[in-house]
Design a protein around this ligand. Sequence first.
Ligand code: SAJ
Length: 445
Amino acid sequence: MSTFKSLSGKIDRRELVCGVMGLGYVGLPLAVEMANAGLKVIGFEVSERVAALVNSGESHIKDVQGADVAALRRSGKLEATTDMARLGECDVISVCVPTPLGKTKDPDMSFIVAATEGIVERLRPGQLVVLESTTYPGTTRELMLPRFESGGLTVGEDFFLCFSPERVDPGNPTWHTRNTPKVLGGVTAKCTELGGRVYELFIDQVVEVSSPEAAELAKLLENTFRMINIGLVNEMAMICDRLGVDVWEVIEAAATKPFGYMKFTPGPGLGGHCIPLDPHYLAWKMRTLHYKTRMIELAGEINTEMPAFWVGKLQDALNDVGKALKGSRVLVLGVAYKRDIDDLRESPALEILDLLSQKGVVSSYHDPYVPEIVADGHTPSGAVGKSVPLTDKLLRQMDAVMVVTDHSSIDYQRVCDHAQLVIDTRNACAKHDATHPERAIVAHA
Ligand code: SAJ
């Protein structure tokens, strides 16, 4: 019997053993959905701690309930291991490992290379490998495929290889792994067919495309679209600032257009583990082909400029009340990369705190989700510190308060009632700043 027929039969009988490499915010939810669909799942982790945690029926990922992991442990559907030799047991291997950027914004492919080498040693006829990590177009065919065929196996006949981008939005109350449409493209038609049939066992809608490159680029288009439109609206904020027009009023007015427009809002810059990074995978790849992705470069420049733009706004506002930046006491309100989460990755607040420190500002921060900013390889030295308690007295003592991340739990009326000056990068005080016409307390773009 051909390997295609053998794997096809296992799919029909749901007798698959599925391996998931990387049990992070992508891999663990995926493993749980596979196991909930009745498949036997082995999670492969390089972290003994994470493997032990999952095997003890717990979850380290906010979107995955510990009780669900415990139930799947009891049913024997889910286990975790650090023993990569067990990859040979798997009919399907989904690779969900990190793809960070290096300091020069070049892709760090080390995790994908390590996963590829782990698979190569155990690759056998009848296996399907699906890469999910966001990466540059061509990774699946140029980096993984040659290694997998190096032992004499042929893709599309002996084993099958696809790319299917992750679309996990941590904390999203509506969209999660099972109900978010999943794009998938195989190296051959048989790869696409088998990959689609496997993923349809635990994903509501699989969107098959003709190649792994189409799937790789679909993901990059999705997030590059966001990054460029955020750059556009940040430039609009700087334009409106120079024209003396309220950018928020302009944006709300434009957003009344019922077609052909999508609302984005300006802010302190671009944070997160996806949007600031993913477009640079495309830019990097195209540079190797001597093509400059001008839109990505330009949007990146504008988004990167925003922290300095807002520190400039602070300087002007203090100047208007006869104060210098140097020696002024400034409270930064909210440091996570977006509201109502605790994630600091690439947060523009870190850049703003560092700039304030460089200019001799006596700065502090309050963030109910981030008790401390610790020194690590990425954190600028001026951002290191602990969250201070938010009190009326503290607000009154500050020469200025900068709203950088607009957490919903903060009382912005209270901020406007007690602060001498508010620099509002998120328009969080819009409903409150009119309550103090005696003071021009809120400056925003
Ligand atoms: N931001 C703005 N203005 C906006 C939107 C975002 O300044 O109009 C800033 C945010 O403050 C943040 C950064 O951009 O600093 C990224 O924000 P994001 O809303 O894009 O959130 P992320 O980084 O969590 O993006 C994820 C992505 N999900 C995946 O890649 C699977 C993205 O594709 C989603 O669209 C996004 O979540 C989402 O919509 O929540």
